[in-house]
Design a protein around this ligand. Structure first.
Ligand code: FAD
Length: 438
């Protein structure tokens, strides 16, 4: 009888679990006794640590994603969203991009839908805020920063200029600091092509509710990062919250007020909403409760890992694994093996990994690292950041393309044009039709 394994989400956990299953269940996939399906709105897995480099124009966005259908030829890929999981009936509700939703049956489900930005009810946030979790957001931000330099150069109004040249990032974790550092570096680099914009005219504000930046690299390197950012002229506000940003008028909890055209929100993540539309057990933070085996608690046939799961951290009793790629990739491998064991009626293995620290890029030739207790800063850390992520980005094909992008960047100046027009491709044609009507 065919056993159907359904994976909800084709990101880190989804891709790596499927790769493992594709290899370990080769025979079963061939004779049809097992089938695997991944459901994801996108047909690719995004290597999120490269988003800041893509935003800065050091990498082509196409080279930081792995095409699911090419990498997983034995797996059926369905594009669309899972809107409900009814594990009691072993079905998910699948909403394709076109047409009606339909139910799909499974024997084993893997919840791998990751996380979304954790937002707060701040006035104006939905109007001007943008997240930094997808390729679309990273490229839109790149286009926006470069477009606003164009706006500032072309206006006579000092207010418009000041507002265009003010960029706010809320949240000083991985995503916020790397995004800000890379975009600031790109904007600074780009000002050389503008007659009336000096690097110091562009204002970057980093707003963080706690008293530290980049906790992922530890207190010492976090402090060094803070000093570096401030030396670069970035206005870092610690122990400060965003109170409102209605119409682009930013109000901070320390009483500061100013206008900004751009606000990037990177203040944490929460599990994908599909989790709350399931009958799986959740913890108080809305994550799926799993055992260390990545099996969902008291729910045979259901597994979960990555950002949406509360996986006990066996190296740190009482704690749960942090939502990061380091855990997601390793969990996926154990998860894949455990599904094979589950299908064969064998005992499941437990996931255990001690967090080894992190590397972060802070712009071209700048970085910070704290890995296995080795602390690096500046160029060596940046080099380590690139080498590490190159070794991690999936498939040889992507690795080669990334190296080519970086090599070209050694010899040619980076592209600093905004292609924001690509977000509205029909505008020119619509204007042409309108002239005909007149
Ligand atoms: C800018 C940035 C930089 C980062 N840098 C690092 C780093 O340097 N080191 C590190 O360890 N971690 C880093 N992270 C964190 C890391 O990327 C995440 O922890 C990791 O992606 C989590 O993997 P996941 O599989 O749980 O989720 P994801 O990789 O996000 O995958 C989730 C997938 O589920 C899909 N999905 C969502 N909802 C549905 C639905 N309803 N139905 C079907 N599919 C759905 C999504 O489209 C997505 O493809 C970074 C994150 C960001 C945003």
């Amino acid at each position: 009888m065919n056993k159907h394994i359904l994976i909800v989400g084709g990101g880190y956990v989804g891709l790596y679990t499927a790769l493992r299953l594709q290899r370990r269940l080769r025979r079963e996939l061939r004779d049809g006794s097992v089938s695997i399906t991944i459901i994801d709105p996108q047909s690719y897995m995004t290597y999120q640590p490269f988003l800041p480099e893509a935003a800065a124009g050091n990498l082509s966005p196409r080279h930081m994603v792995a095409p699911l259908r090419r990498v997983l030829p034995k797996v059926r890929i369905l594009n669309g969203r899972v809107t409900k999981v009814n594990h009691a009936a072993r079905t998910v509700t699948f909403q394709p991009p076109e047409g009606d939703a339909r139910d799909l049956a499974y024997d084993v489900v893997v919840m791998a839908a990751g996380s979304i930005s954790r937002t707060l009810p701040i006035p104006g946030l939905t109007d001007i805020g943008i997240g930094f979790k997808t390729v679309g957001e990273a490229i839109a931000l790149r286009n926006r920063v470069l477009h606003l330099l164009d706006v500032a150069e072309s206006t006579d109004d000092p207010e418009v200029r000041r507002r265009a040249l003010t960029f706010v990032v809320v949240g000083a974790g991985f995503a916020g600091v790397e995004a800000l550092a890379e975009l600031e570096d790109m904007a600074k680099d780009s000002t050389r092509y503008y007659r009336n914009i000096k690097p110091s005219d562009v204002r970057w504000v980093l707003v963080e509710a706690t008293n530290r930046v980049l906790p992922e690299v530890g207190p010492e390197m976090g402090k060094w990062t803070l000093e570096q950012l401030r030396e670069r002229g970035i206005d870092v506000r610690l122990e400060t919250r965003l109170e409102s940003c209605t119409g682009g008028h930013v109000v901070l909890s320390d009483g500061t007020e100013f206008d900004a055209e751009t606000l990037v929100w990177t203040a944490g993540v929460k599990p994908s909403p599909v989790v709350s539309s399931s009958d799986l057990p959740l913890d108080e933070r809305g994550r799926i409760r799993t055992l260390a085996t990545l099996a969902v608690e008291d729910t045979p046939g259901a597994f979960a890992a990555g950002d949406l799961a509360a996986v006990p951290d066996l190296t740190n009793p009482g704690e749960f694994c942090a939502p990061n790629a380091q855990h997601a990739v390793r969990q996926a491998k154990v998860l894949g093996d455990n599904i094979v064991r589950y299908l064969r009626g064998q005992e499941l293995a437990e996931y255990s990994h001690k967090y080894v620290g992190s590397v972060a890029g802070l712009g071209l030739h700048q970085g910070v690292a704290n890995v296995y207790g080795i602390k690096l800063r500046g160029f060596p850390a940046w080099f380590m950041h690139r080498t590490y992520h190159l070794s991690r980005v999936p498939t040889l094909n992507r690795k080669v393309r990334v190296v080519v992008d970086w090599t070209l960047a050694l010899f040619f100046k980076r592209e600093t044009i905004s292609l924001g027009e690509m977000e509205h491709p029909r505008e020119g044609f619509r204007a042409a039709v309108a002239t005909m009507r007149r």
